[in-house]
Ligand binder design. Structure first.
Ligand code: SF4
Ligand code: SF4
Ligand code: SF4
Ligand code: FES
Length: 944
């Protein structure tokens, strides 16, 4: 294995298609018009020295190291800011330019510490390389003049340090923060000799606006901005390309290694989802893989009140299989089930659903998408024909109007948010529909054109009002609808939408958004050449989640906004492989590829390959499993990589269900909350130990490659395979590639996919098959996958969860940038610096009427239960609405959420809970019980 080094062309690729012929150092070259001389030379294999230029940033032209001579031109132009012209004859290395470059370098080095041998960047420093490239041998001015060598190091950020004594003030970091990340956290303070990089006036990096995305470190040509892991462990020796295991953006990374130790994760320039960018989670928060809390031994116990016993793999798997068989004998075939993990690979998920179907003999398999994007699957499949987003991420760069509904991309999908912000800074319009003022509403150089701060639970009337405006104001794309859509369904939908209750004036009364704002925002969307919708759990996690997804699809079809770049209906999917876990057949009513289990022909394809008869009846969804468990009919569960006890709503109900099981097998990295109810614990692997694929929110299948051996001694797919074998079902894969081959053989959208293919092409978006051998970046291009696009009527049925005098506020939930999902991984990294607790956001008016001050501990009570947490008083939430996160198990945010769920898919209504908030007198009953259980659960017995 070698260290992968991407080529830096110095300036970005020209977007122009025309070419020009030039001559570089006497050799002919043909390059795209608009290309800089610096890039043209590099494309021709000629390296021109440079310091302030790098190809992820616009040319800047400050260092003057890249000067060249151009025949017929006076002076020495900077090659990084000079575009090629037809017939140009360029000389990159003449005596004069060599002398000029040496002079420039001499000045830089005269104010730079000469500690190369002990510098952590020694061998990976562009300044050092350039000094060599220009042949600098001496510094005539000496090192005694005025300099910055005593400038203090800022070590405040847990992951990187800033040593200004090494800074050459090239501004790359400032430009990366502005152009790539879009946070604008850095500035160059002062002028001339006094100029210096500053995170914020008088503030450290930690206290500044910096969100630790790492973009500035990535471009810094010196050791000024440096990962602490490199300072601690030294430079990497080899690297492996893999995929981030956090959110649905699916960023590609170079895992850079020294021996088998990861020393740095660097975003991979050729990664098609992230183009070399990252966020704090993927870039830095990977230390959980080697955290001391990792459980590395299989464990069992007869009762959940017993201590855990460490045992061999055979004993643990045998114990689980024996109990599952006993349960099925006593309570019937359908009394057990399994949960697949959206944090695991496609291959691992495939085996778990296969285990349930082929070895358990039922369809009791479900996944975390049940509690997040199952309405997306239902809604998009019904209207368009495919249970997935319509675009690739890059499509946002062609959008004229971007509508963000119920999503907070800068915290949930940060790398995509940075790309979206680039487009917004180029002038695209922005509509935000969200009860909270998310970052996008107002951030540096971005201001939403409309923010519809609607009351939680009123998405459907608002989208219906958008459709009402589109129809009544003549924005329907009649030609598109006539050609591509089911016109009968369109006519019925139109008639329904035109009911007075869908007018902005009526919807204003329900949603709290003024009618003129609804009308103007709707007109902006409907009149755009290219209007794109991006949405998140603020759409799906409602009792009308599926209705809303169909409402958005209706609107997009009616206005002709599906089937080309810059448009579409795009779910921002939460977990890294939630798209994949759905594709792989993790639903109780669907076999892989979203095909009904009741379909005899589909079932028989699987039966032939798997050599077993499959149950034609759909199985239990997660909530059905819980209800059946409490009713005494469901007794065994195999959960891979999900923490239902923390993530699912109505915690008391979940705990009662898990607590009633006779065999709960939890396969995970840590003793998560669900493990408190488990009888068998099977240690899982982190993404750094996995070989396989993840599928991101744009349907992109990316390779996940192992950089270390499974720390607990066994690949996760092998654990599932051995459990199947112990249950008497033969599973005999030799490796993960064979599992992908079976996926491809049985799933029509995957027929062209294999590990070899992905290793060759990098990544591919499904469908990837005979019709689309190189994948499908944009869906529904000529026709909708279902044939004609179907309009579905979307009448508003309000949730049964209502505010009243006792519970007058509405709680909605979400997440923060530094934490991920239930926090099991990110809480075990330095990301805790930014997060020490879940807090409750409350509007100043609501706080004042309750006598609540900032940071007070408050009680949050609903009809389901109560918890206590700290209050943050903020106008981000409107009066009447409070907001919290669910990253911390001690907080127990889901103790208060209800069992109400989407009518079509049972996706829980996390986003609407009627609550009361009051100053807290003591910890809640649930929190006392939680602490008790945590104390009694710690014990693990070593093998005798
Ligand atoms: S910190 Fe690095 S990138 Fe920023 S100005 Fe200094 S040398 Fe350039
Ligand atoms: S880490 Fe990211 S946000 Fe922070 S200063 Fe650097 S580029 Fe800006
Ligand atoms: S945006 Fe998502 S996939 Fe990319 S680095 Fe961050 S968490 Fe990982
Ligand atoms: S690299 Fe061209 S001026 Fe700095």
């Amino acid at each position: 294995m070698s260290l992968i080094k991407e080529i830096d062309y110095g300036t970005p690729e020209s977007p122009l298609e025309d070419t020009v012929d030039i001559e570089i150092d006497g050799l002919p070259a043909t390059v795209k018009a608009g290309t800089t001389i610096l890039r043209a030379a590099r494309e021709r294999g000629v390296e021109i020295p440079r310091l302030c230029a790098t190809d992820s940033l616009k040319p800047f032209g400050s260092c003057r190291l890249c000067v060249v001579e151009v025949e017929g031109r006076k002076g020495y132009p900077a090659s990084c800011t000079t575009p090629v012209e037809p017939g140009m004859k360029i000389h990159t290395q003449t005596d004069q330019v060599a002398r000029l470059r040496r002079n420039v370098m001499e000045l830089y080095i005269s104010d730079h510490p000469l500690d190369c041998l002990t510098c952590s960047a020694n061998g990976d420093c562009e300044l050092q390389d350039m000094a060599g490239a220009v042949g600098l041998r001496e510094v005539r001015y000496g090192m005694d003049g005025a300099n910055h060598l005593d400038a203090a190091v800022d070590d405040s950020n847990p992951y990187f340090s800033f040593d200004p004594s090494k800074c050459i003030v090239c501004s790359r970091c400032v430009r990366a923060c502005d152009e790539v990340q879009g946070t604008f956290a850095l500035t160059i303070e002062g002028r001339g000799f006094d100029s210096k990089v500053a995170a914020s006036v008088g503030e450290t990096f930690l206290d500044s606006e910096c969100v630790s995305c790492g973009a500035c470190i990535q471009v810094c040509p010196t050791a000024t901005l440096m990962e602490k892991s490199i300072i601690d462990h030294g430079l990497p020796e080899h690297s492996v390309i893999t995929t981030c295991a956090y959110c649905g953006v699916g960023c590609s990374f170079k895992a850079e290694m020294k021996g088998d130790q990861v020393v740095r994760m660097t975003p991979y320039k050729d990664g098609e989802a992230n183009h070399g960018h990252s966020c704090v989670k993927g870039r830095f928060a990977w230390g959980y893989a080697t955290h001391k809390d990792r459980v590395l031994d299989p464990m069992i116990r007869d009762n959940t009140s017993d201590p855990w016993r460490k045992v061999t793999w055979d004993e643990a798997i045998g114990f689980a299989a024996r109990r599952f068989k006993e349960i099925q004998k006593k309570y019937g075939r359908k009394s057990i089930g399994g949960i697949t993990s959206s944090r695991c690979t496609n291959e691992e998920v495939w085996l778990v659903q296969k285990l349930v179907r082929a070895a358990f003999g039922n369809n009791n398999v479900d996944t975390c998408a049940r509690v997040c994007h199952s309405p997306t699957g239902y809604g998009l499949k019904t209207t368009l024909g495919t249970s997935a987003g319509t675009q690739l991420f890059d499509s946002v760069m062609d959008a004229d109007v971007i509508t963000v509904i119920g999503a907070n991309p800068t915290v949930g999908h940060p790398v995509f948010a940075s790309q979206m912000k680039q487009r917004l800074r180029q002038g695209a319009k922005l509509i935000v529909i969200d009860p909270r003022e998310i970052d996008l509403v107002r951030s540096p150089h971005i201001q939403a054109d409309y923010h519809l701060a609607l009351l939680p639970g009123t998405n459907v009337p608002v989208i219906n009002a958008f459709a009402y405006v589109a129809i009544t104001e003549g924005f329907v794309d009649e030609e598109y609808v006539a050609e591509r859509c089911d016109t009968d369904s369109f006519d019925a939908w139109k008639e329904n939408i035109l009911k007075p209750e869908n007018s902005p004036e009526e919807v204003a009364k329900i949603s709290g958004v003024p009618a003129d704002i609804i009308r103007d925002a709707a007109k902006l969307y409907a009149s755009a050449d290219r209007a794109a919708i991006y949405y998140g759990l603020g759409v799906s996690e409602h009792s009308q989640g599926s209705t809303m997804v169909m409402g958005m699809a209706n609107l997009a079809m009616a206005t002709g906004n599906i089937g080309f770049t810059g448009v579409g209906v795009n779910p921002l999917r939460g977990q890294n492989n939630v798209q994949g876990s759905c594709d792989m057949g993790s639903f109780p009513h669907e076999l892989p590829g979203y095909r009904p289990v009741q379909d005899d022909a589909v079932r028989s394809t699987f039966e032939k390959r798997w050599g077993v008869e499959l149950d034609p009846e759909p199985g239990f969804r997660i909530p059905n499993m819980f209800d059946a468990a409490i009713a005494g009919k469901f007794k065994g569960m195999y959960i891979q990589g999900e923490d239902l006890a923390q993530s699912d709503p109505n915690t008391q109900h979940v705990e009662a269900a898990l607590g009633s099981l006779e065999c709960l097998v939890v396969q995970d990295l840590f003793l998560v909350e669900s493990a408190k109810f488990a009888h068998v614990f099977l240690p899982g692997t982190s993404f750094l130990e996995k070989d396989g694929t993840f599928t991101n929110a744009e349907r992109r299948i990316n390779r996940v490659r192992p950089v270390m051996k499974p720390r607990q001694g066994k690949a996760e797919w092998l654990i599932t395979q051995e459990l199947a074998q112990a249950l008497g079902y033969p599973m005999n894969y030799n490796n993960e590639a064979e599992i992908m081959d079976e996926i491809a053989a049985l799933t029509p959208a995957f027929t062209g996919v294999s590990f070899d293919f992905l290793d060759r092409v990098g990544s591919v978006q499904w469908p990837c098959n005979e019709k689309a051998p190189m994948g499908t970046p944009i869906m529904h291009v000529d026709n909708f996958v279902r044939g004609k696009g179907l309009f579905v009527e979307t009448d508003y049925v309000p949730t049964q969860e209502r505010t009243n005098n006792k519970f007058p506020l509405l709680l909605t939930t979400g997440r923060i940038l530094s934490q991920y999902n239930v926090g099991a991984q990110t809480r075990r990294t330095e990301n805790v610096v930014w997060y020490d607790d879940d807090v409750l956001e409350i509007h100043p008016h609501d706080a004042e009427t309750r006598g609540i001050n900032n940071d007070d501990r408050v009680s949050l009570a609903s009809r389901k239960g109560d918890i206590t947490l700290r209050a943050t008083i903020t106008e981000r939430v409107p009066p009447g609405v409070v907001y919290t996160t669910f990253h911390n198990p001690e907080t127990g945010a889901n103790v208060v959420t209800t069992e109400y769920s989407d009518w079509a898919t049972n996706c829980p209504e996390y986003k609407v809970t009627a609550v009361q908030v009051a100053p807290a007198v003591h910890r809640s009953k649930w929190q006392h019980e939680f602490e008790e259980r945590a104390r009694s659960q710690g014990k693990i017995l070593e093998p005798a």
